[in-house]
Design a protein. Structure first.
Length: 245
């Protein structure tokens, strides 16, 4: 019973994450995915049904699949490219509960800039020391990319996929979404700042260390992003109450 209740909680959180991604305009038709690890025996994850828009995802229509590629949901269809990326990270990082991947305009723009994410905003400093990069290898359908994906992410929580987009790996659904929001905002700020055509100020390595320590110290015992997720769940109840169906 406890495992079933936990699984339902994961399903609701993941469905909420999809709806929030839609609300905050971080979607690319049916092309990106968010996955969550299920509790209990075996290595199973939930992912969106291929062909479904983010605002159509609910707790009950998420597809259950093993890390070996066996679809456990009757009639469930998944995107092979999305599955390769997500299953690779879940397999390589047992500490990761949720993986979120986006193709936003600002995210792809920064991923295409040779210098990557610059330390020019507080938002960039929140994710900067947890950030890694992965070179583009085409649509993620080649099994060999599993090795390079796992290698490049290593122990980090944010991955800029060069010429492709953004990815976050969280210990919870809430953390993955919070990290994505900060990375997305950092990219939007960078694109806007560089478009101004004047030199931008880079924050020093010492300041980067300070902000990282300040943010990840948490607030009153609450880990970074956890209070944001509680507030975001209230928001999704207002904007998309059917997410938990």
């Amino acid at each position: 019973m406890a495992t079933e209740e936990t699984e339902q909680s994961v399903r609701r959180d993941l469905a909420a994450c999809y709806r929030l991604a839609h609300h905050y305009r971080m979607t690319d038709l049916i092309a990106t995915h968010i996955s969550a690890r299920l509790p209990g025996p075996g290595h199973r994850i939930l992912i969106n049904p291929f062909g479904m828009l983010f605002d159509e995802v609910t707790a009950s229509n998420l597809v259950e699949v093993t890390l070996d590629g066996e679809v456990l949901t009757p009639g469930g269809v998944i995107n092979p490219a999305g599955y390769l990326i997500h299953s690779t990270i879940h397999a390589a990082r047992p500490d990761v509960m949720c993986v979120m991947h986006t193709h936003t305009s600002a995210g792809v723009a920064v991923s295409a800039q040779e210098h990557g994410l610059l330390p020019i905003s507080q938002q960039a400093l929140v994710v900067g020391k947890r950030l890694a990069y992965h070179d583009y290898e085409g649509v993620a359908l080649v099994e060999a990319e599993r090795e390079t994906l796992a290698r490049d992410l290593d122990d980090k929580a944010v991955l800029i996929l060069r010429n492709h987009g953004l990815l976050t790996a969280g210990s919870s659904v809430g953390e993955a979404f919070w990290l994505m929001m900060y990375t997305q905002r950092a990219c939007e700020i960078q694109v806007a700042a560089l478009a101004g055509g004047t030199p931008v100020r880079h924050l020093s390595p010492a300041m980067q260390d300070l902000v990282h320590a300040q943010v990840y110290a948490g607030i009153d015992g609450n880990p970074a992003g956890s209070l944001d997720w509680i507030a975001l769940l209230r928001e999704v109840e207002r904007i998309a109450p059917d997410y938990a169906d």
